[in-house]
Ligand binder design. Sequence first.
Ligand SMILES: [Zn+2]
Length: 433
Amino acid sequence: MAQAFLSRLITGLRHVEKYEDPQLQKKARDCMPLSDMLRRADKRASESTASSADCFVIELLAWFKKEFFRWCNQPNCSTCGGKTEASGHGVPTPEERRHEAGRVELYRCCACGAETRFPRYNDPGKLLETRVGRCGEWANCFTLCCRAAGLEARHVVDWTDHVWTEVFSQSQQRWLHCDPCENVCDKPLLYEAGWKKKLSYVMAYSKDEVVDVTWRYSAKHQDIQTRRTECPEDWLAHTLYSLNLQVGYVFKPSVEEVSLGMLCICYDAVRDAYYRSMVSDLHTDSTPTLEGWKNGVFTSSRVFRKEELDWNKVYLSREEGSLQGCVSWKIDLSGTGVVAECVLIKAEHKCFSSGKVEWTVATDDAKSLSVPLGGPNAIDISELNGAESCLITASLSGGEGDTAWQHAQLFRSSSNEPLVCSLEIIVSLKQKE
Ligand SMILES: [Zn+2]
């Protein structure tokens, strides 16, 4: 059962990748009266406290419902235009399949007896042409229109058979519920309170991640809990977490570093920059090799850099409201003719209350071992002797109350200090045998 759940999540993530196609976005923009909608949004904004961008969402919903898309319970006869009756399901033709019609509904004309096909297209580009369907087609095509108009948008799938869109409001810094079929914005309890739906899982898919957004669509969280029986909750949390990991930067030694037999990496949390030399060789005007913590990480999930301006502190912590955050750095020596001889790592962290930071190091064979990093001294990770790659990961969790996310911090430093290398990795290299 969990396997079916996982494949549903993966399908959902694959689907939203389509919205990022520049040509498809252009095709959508060509259908949209953008300048009219922008003008109306500006006017609406001038008469209210809402931002122009939020008002644009209202205009987009109204245009989509009133002018662009059409609802269809059952089609009229394609031969004579008469009324039809459902007559079962057909097999998609190659052309229908090309536009991702997984199912084709068949209807027989009450007047002339001809058969009419209703292919349920999933290809949002095809929907820009057909402009017809039920909530699936509506939300699919509307989410594309939002992305084409430059809005941050996600495709929301409710396991009890409804689909809608969410748009991120920059002015309010939150996701707005948008139901194109209903021409409704920001009424998240519509389904549970209005339609008496018994919700179980509601997932929001964007180009960056899949998020379990069930709880914001319900005021009856305990009832929902009893209906979430498709997979264990910890399995779901872990699966979402893994699906959202993003793969990134890898540190590889330069020719010079290989001939020196040494690779040194420092991260300065105050300057938010990486350097490629020993801390002892660094001075305040050293040039960083990479700027921005995120540009040097291999993966990160739900982690951000916090600057406490009033306390003059900087650190990495997990995002507010998230249960777990994770960040990792990768060193790859493959193809250089050398392997690690001795790996020294210093990585500081600070925990408050029940906050927790766990450090692991994974070697070539992906075996992950727990390492007691976190203090001010470098630790020799002898298991990495002979390794061709290593992955250093910090997992942040725990803490109490609303500020739990703040109770596990990486590289906490005073922002007025000259040079603070709270992460230092020194790899001495030897010839590969
Ligand atoms: Zn007919």
